[in-house]
Design a protein around this ligand. Structure first.
Ligand SMILES: NC(=O)c1ccc[n+]([C@@H]2O[C@H](COP(=O)([O-])OP(=O)(O)OC[C@H]3O[C@@H](n4cnc5c(N)ncnc54)[C@H](OP(=O)(O)O)[C@@H]3O)[C@@H](O)[C@H]2O)c1
Length: 310
């Protein structure tokens, strides 16, 4: 069958995706909102965000393939509930997320955040390095990305703890579940890495209650979503030194507005939502597999459970 694909994204290149799909399908149609002549022919929506009018015009849709690992940018009330929705996690995304997490963790572990400051102040002050096994890292979320991050940090010798909704067994990782498990885990962590999905249960999780369970001088790395962080509580925790420093890759409003108080903090490093990315020429294999599955009426890979929210 020839796939008829509708593409919609403000952040992904339609040209790169069309070229990548051409390596997988000899024949296919590829339309964007600007060039859409027969919506009834469309069977696959390949999207980062929904178009303003939603997807109702595509009456014969067989699958919605989100270009992101998270789906919190999609308003569930605008999704046709009879059409399966899949998210996208592929080797390129996982690899870039793991690289980011390792870079951010090492920056704190080797005190580069302090040397950056000292360097600006022309200060030569020795700080002895410590062994990775003496730095404990807590990973929030042990899904496709979180489990890879936890394993990679464990392979580097860090003492790794991980938190999930359901029980997990990961070699060399101390795992915890539920709120009771989280409150047990937090005081054990010097660095916390958030890779949770944004759901009703995890929204605003990085709050004053959360920080009250952390040890003094904890480091926070938020690679999940901006909606996880309660900014006022976070700023108060920085001021009280409960949080020593943080790396934020995501913000509740993106781009982070120029007047936002976070920009003024020397103890906060902001990166512009670059932690992980699916590279089309690599990720197309996962997308093509889901297109073939959708056209054959088979269950999708990485299908989202909308009731659960991820
Ligand atoms: N910054 C970036 O560039 C970037 C890029 C990609 C993704 N992300 C973020 O990373 C997130 C995770 O992606 P993923 O592919 O790893 O997702 P995933 O495979 O769906 O895994 C989600 C993990 O979070 C856990 N979880 C969900 N709700 C929870 C709750 N209420 N309490 C405790 N644990 C909970 C899940 O627990 P169970 O295992 O028990 O279900 C699972 O371990 C995305 O949703 C997105 O927010 C960010």
């Amino acid at each position: 069958m020839t796939p008829h694909i509708y593409f919609n994204s403000d952040i992904d290149s339609p040209v790169e995706w069309r070229d990548a799909l051409a390596t997988e399908f000899r024949a296919f149609t590829f339309s964007t909102a600007e060039a859409m002549d027969s919506p009834d022919a469309v069977d696959i929506a390949l999207i980062w965000q929904l178009p303003p009018q939603g997807l109702k015009q595509f009456r014969n849709l067989r699958a919605i393939l989100c270009l992101g690992a998270g789906i919190s940018q999609l308003d569930p009330s605008l999704l046709p509930c009879h059409v399966p929705l899949a998210r996208l996690v592929d080797d390129s995304l996982t690899r870039t997320m793991v690289d980011y997490a390792k870079t951010a963790v090492y920056r704190f572990h080797r005190a580069f955040h302090i040397f950056e400051q000292q360097s600006r102040e022309r200060t030569w002050q020795f700080r002895p390095p410590t062994l990775t096994r003496d730095t404990s890292v807590g990973v929030l979320g042990l899904g496709e990305i979180g489990s890879s991050v936890a394993k990679a940090l464990g392979d580097e010798g860090f003492c790794v703890h991980g938190w999930s909704r359901t029980a997990k067994q990961l070699a060399g990782i101390n795992t915890y579940l539920g709120w009771g498990g989280l409150w047990q885990m937090l005081p054990r962590c010097k660095i916390i890495v958030n890779v949770l999905p944004l759901t009703d249960a995890t929204r605003a999780i990085l709050s004053s209650e959360f920080f009250s369970h952390c040890r003094d001088g904890v480091y926070l790395i938020n690679m999940g979503r901006g909606g996880h962080l309660v900014e006022q509580d976070f700023l108060a925790a920085l001021d009280s030194r409960r949080i020593a420093a943080a790396t934020l890759d995501v913000a509740s409003v993106e781009p982070l507005p120029p007047m936002d108080a976070l920009w003024n903090r020397p103890d906060v490093l902001i990166t512009p939502h670059v932690a992980g990315i699916s590279i089309p020429r690599v990720a197309v294999r996962k997308v093509a597999e889901n297109i073939r599955r959708a056209l054959a009426g088979q269950p999708l890979l990485q299908q989202v459970d909308l009731a659960r929210g991820y």
